[in-house]
Design a protein around this ligand. Structure first.
Ligand SMILES: *Cc1c(COP(=O)(O)O)cnc(C)c1O
Length: 456
């Protein structure tokens, strides 16, 4: 190891507290220090190249060092890095808003900026709540959220989230939403006797029950459309989202689509909502918004919601929320470049054959002795590892099976990060067929070697 690398690792262990990380384990482990990137590759301080198998935690879209995005940021830097949206407007935030409205599902016309996915959800929750205050239905104060949901780490977004290990400790500080079952079909939350489609999506019945009983108290429903990311890439069956939209309309409940993970082509559509022609009342965007370059988020909403906040100054109907870096020009410039690439390179059209290949490569995982379920949508997949395939019994947490499988895959030149015992594969949309193949191969070998003790 180079002296420089050893020095950096020492300092990292001394000073940097890593997110979602047991630091004792981290301090004891060997880790990579990333210095550069190129296309689908990450390059560490030792000059070793690794395929970025989770798109740098679900953000990268067109690869690293994408010329057009690099250039857009540099050009913006030549003008100004930041100015505030409080009391002033700036050029890139205006141009980006117009572009976002053009590509977003119909009816979403207003763009509120922030800087990460959690805040994009927080903003939607606050707007939905205040909407009913301003329109004479102050009884609508509560939310419906789904089992297994993840919407971020701020208090509001944690409140609607339901991944126990993330939020359990903070429960005493959180508000309580109504909870509806998300169709995690491998472990059906309503224990339906039949499988989809014969179950007739029984979980939707439970959802409708909540709305029927409580709609007068409910401001909005928040959902990760088509797939729950952090829950372990849980893909919902076709028609589920559309029905959620229909029922929320029927019961006069606003719909918040958290597309922080699913936005910008990940599912094969620009937005997951597009797959079922759904227009939500709020669309939350972050992760891929800047192509994976800079922290920027946006919450889109309708004119109907927007207009409820209009009034005389002293009525204090304004939306009292704003982050210092709201509408940051560098982030917005990157996001504009991101959208331009989608258009110019016809990214979505070119995705279909890659998705087909990805799907095919995933088939052989099903035959592994400890793979319980393989879930895929677009260019994202989750492979759920289980101790007992027949009973679906999970591995004990202390065995760190998912983590070890990913670490093993690193030995084959691919960076992966699991969600518990779900191994996640998420190549950048720009990954070549060969790169997708390499990511799948490394995952296969890592899983097989750790769960079966066999060399693949
Ligand atoms: C990642 C994620 C968030 C949180 O975004 P941050 O930028 O990490 O705050 C919210 N919702 C979903 C669906 C996500 O995947």
């Amino acid at each position: 190891m180079k002296k420089k690398t050893a020095g950096l690792i020492g300092l990292d262990k001394n000073h940097v507290w890593h997110p979602f990380t047991q630091m004792r384990e981290w301090e004891a482990s060997e880790h990579l220090v990333i210095e550069r990137g190129q296309g689908s590759y990450l390059i560490d301080t030792e000059g070793r190249r690794y395929l970025d198998g989770v798109s740098s935690l679900w953000v990268n879209v067109h690869g690293h060092r994408k010329r057009e995005v690099d250039r857009a940021i540099k050009e913006q830097l030549g003008r100004i890095a930041h100015s505030t949206l409080l009391g002033l407007a700036n050029v890139p935030s205006i141009e980006l808003a117009e572009r976002l409205v053009k590509v977003a599902p119909k009816g979403l016309k207003r763009v509120f900026y922030s800087d990460n996915g959690s805040t994009s959800v927080e903003i939607a929750l606050k707007m939905a709540f205040q909407f009913w205050e301003e329109t004479g239905k102050p009884g609508k104060k509560r939310f419906v959220a789904f089992t297994g949901a993840y919407h971020g780490d701020t208090f509001g977004s944690m409140s609607v989230g339901e991944i126990d290990i993330f939020v359990k400790k903070y429960r005493p500080l959180l508000f309580r939403p109504f909870r509806a079952p998300y169709p995690y079909c491998y472990r059906c939350p309503v224990k339906a006797k039949k499988t989809f489609p014969d179950c007739k999506t029984a979980c939707l019945k439970a959802f409708e029950e909540v709305l029927k009983k409580h709609h007068k108290e409910i401001a909005a429903c928040v959902i990760e459309p088509l797939l729950q990311g952090a829950a372990g890439v849980v893909v919902s069956p076709p028609g589920f989202l559309k029905e959620v939209r229909r029922l929320t309309k029927k019961y006069n409940v606003l719909l918040i689509a958290d597309e922080v993970a699913t936005g910008f082509g990940r599912t094969g559509h620009m937005f997951a909502c597009d797959a079922e022609s759904v227009s939500p009342d709020f669309l939350c965007l972050a992760k891929g918004l800047t192509g994976g370059y800079l922290p920027l988020a946006a919450t889109l909403t309708t004119d109907r919601v927007y207009k409820a906040f209009l009034g005389r100054y002293e009525e204090y109907k304004s939306f009292f929320h704003g982050h210092t870096y709201t509408g940051n020009p560098l982030g917005c410039a990157a996001a504009i470049a991101n959208l331009e690439i989608f258009e110019k390179e016809k990214v979505l059209m070119k995705l279909a054959p890659k998705i087909a290949l990805f799907k095919r490569l995933l088939e052989r995982f099903e035959n592994l002795n400890h793979v319980g379920d393989v879930r895929q949508l677009g260019l994202v997949a989750g492979i759920e590892l289980v101790k007992d395939k027949r009973t679906k019994e999970a591995y004990p947490a202390r065995e760190r099976v998912g983590y070890r499988a990913c670490l093993r895959a690193r030995g084959y030149g691919v960076i992966l990060r699991p969600l518990g015992d779900v191994v996640v594969l998420m190549p950048p949309l720009s990954a070549t067929r060969k790169e997708i193949q390499k990511i799948a191969d490394a995952a296969y070998r890592g899983i097989r070697e750790i769960t079966e003790g066999a060399k693949a």
